[in-house]
Design a protein around this ligand. Structure first.
Ligand code: ZN
Length: 414
């Protein structure tokens, strides 16, 4: 049972972390992509040490790792909790000024700078009547993605320190840089981390347990034409730009495209076209939740390429598939206890589970294939990467309870 008299620290921690600018930068080629991410990482190391995690340290790539030793005689699998210190480069993260709107009574929330969180486009708000909602002042992002997750993990550690009677196995903490630019797993040392399973605390709505991501390939198609001086090109030139245009125009229009699909539907999506009369390169991304579907879609594209060059005699094409990442469900299905224990924790807390499939990849999906099965749990934030980002105090507290309860479930089931 969670101690109902516990004084949460999650809000104070969150506001402190939110005020530290940790924006990552996709243009950068080094890790961390911005040195400012160390500002938060170093603070977290100090705080982890204060919480009794004496081995806490940040490495030269800005990965924070720490260990809370086991306090049970049982042989419990080592569990990790992972969040990211950086915020999205899409919106400014400088001088974040969090506001708490106490006891929300429904309707739109005016946050300042002419920005409004409107109830019509934020259906989650109707479940937040009476809650205290943290927003920005309208001039920056909030960074609940993922500083809410970090604050929740830290408060859970504080709770465990205050409640030594709560039994748990060894717990590993990992805070990564550069998740928002897709590089959070790049330098994550799974072996050094030493956990058997982990959870990213980086989801959104209360109750989310995400065990599925897209499987992803990229496809690169080179259309090759015949280039001749345009003054003397009659009946000789085959312009590869026109061949590529024909191909793109032949892509399915009623489905199989990001703008026409949702839920569990996959798609094919041209992301860039570069070329000249001689040669044009079309780059595409292919997404579905089922690996075999990727192959099916790639065959459809290959057939369209064949039909295209047939319409432009003299042209040819080269077709290359580049594997990107795979649905982490492939891995997590081999370790059902990881998801089951997360569901058990929610059940004990009376939280309705939301088991959605992520239409993208996560660091957890990469970590899962690096040997650390890692589903994603809710952290409570909404409207990520936007001025209208918000998080409810009570949802952050629910996440603290969830982390504490989850480590107990692992101990009891061991
Ligand atoms: Zn995130």
């Amino acid at each position: 049972m969670f101690d109902d008299n516990y004084q949460f620290s999650v809000v104070d921690r969150f506001i402190k972390y939110a005020k530290i600018d940790t924006k990552s930068d996709e243009e950068s080629e080094v890790t961390p992509s911005t040195p400012i991410q160390f500002d938060l990482a170093k603070l977290l190391v100090e705080e982890l040490k204060e919480l009794g995690l004496t081995d806490a340290e940040v490495d030269d790539k800005c990965y924070v790792m720490a260990t809370l030793p086991s306090n049970t005689d049982k042989d419990v699998p080592v569990i990790g909790f992972v969040s990211h210190v950086d915020t999205s480069p899409a919106v400014s993260g400088t001088n974040v000024n969090p506001q708490i709107h106490k006891n929300y009574q429904g309707g739109d929330i005016e946050i300042g700078a002419g920005k409004v969180i409107d109830a019509a486009n934020n259906p989650e708000l109707k479940d937040m009547i009476g809650m205290d909602i943290i927003t920005t002042d309208g001039t920056t992002l909030l960074g609940a993605d993922d500083k809410a997750g970090i604050a929740e993990i830290m408060d859970a550690l504080q709770y465990l320190k205050a409640h030594p009677e709560v039994k748990h196995g060894t717990i590993k903490i990992g805070y990564t840089p550069d998740e928002e630019i897709g590089r959070g797993a790049n330098h994550f040392n799974v072996e050094k981390f030493g956990a058997k399973f982990a959870y990213t605390i980086d989801g959104s709505t209360l109750g989310e347990v995400e065990t599925e991501t897209f499987s992803a390939d990229a496809v690169e198609i080179n259309f090759i034409g015949i280039n001749v001086h345009p003054g003397y090109a009659k009946d000789k030139m085959v312009n590869s730009l026109k061949v590529a245009s024909h191909f793109i125009n032949s892509l399915p229009k009623d489905g199989l495209a990001p703008e026409k699909t949702s839920g569990r539907e996959g798609y094919v999506h041209p992301v860039s076209v570069n070329g000249n009369a001689e040669k044009t390169v079309v780059r595409m991304i292919i997404r579905d939740f089922i690996d075999a579907k990727l192959e099916e879609f790639e065959n459809i594209l290959d057939e369209l390429c064949k039909a295209t060059v047939a319409a432009y005699p003299g042209s040819s094409y080269e077709f290359k598939v580049i594997q990107q990442y795979r649905n982490m469900k492939n891995i997590l299905d081999q370790h059902p206890e990881v998801e089951n224990n997360a569901l058990e924790s929610l059940k004990r807390l009376g939280i309705k589970p939301i088991q959605s499939a992520i239409r993208g990849g996560t660091d957890g999906s990469r970590l899962s294939f690096m040997g650390l099965p890692t589903p994603n749990l809710f952290a409570g934030g909404h409207n990520f990467h936007a001025y209208t980002e918000y998080v409810a105090v009570q949802d952050m507290q629910a996440s603290v309870k969830n982390i504490v309860t989850l480590v107990q479930v692992w101990e009891e089931n061991a």
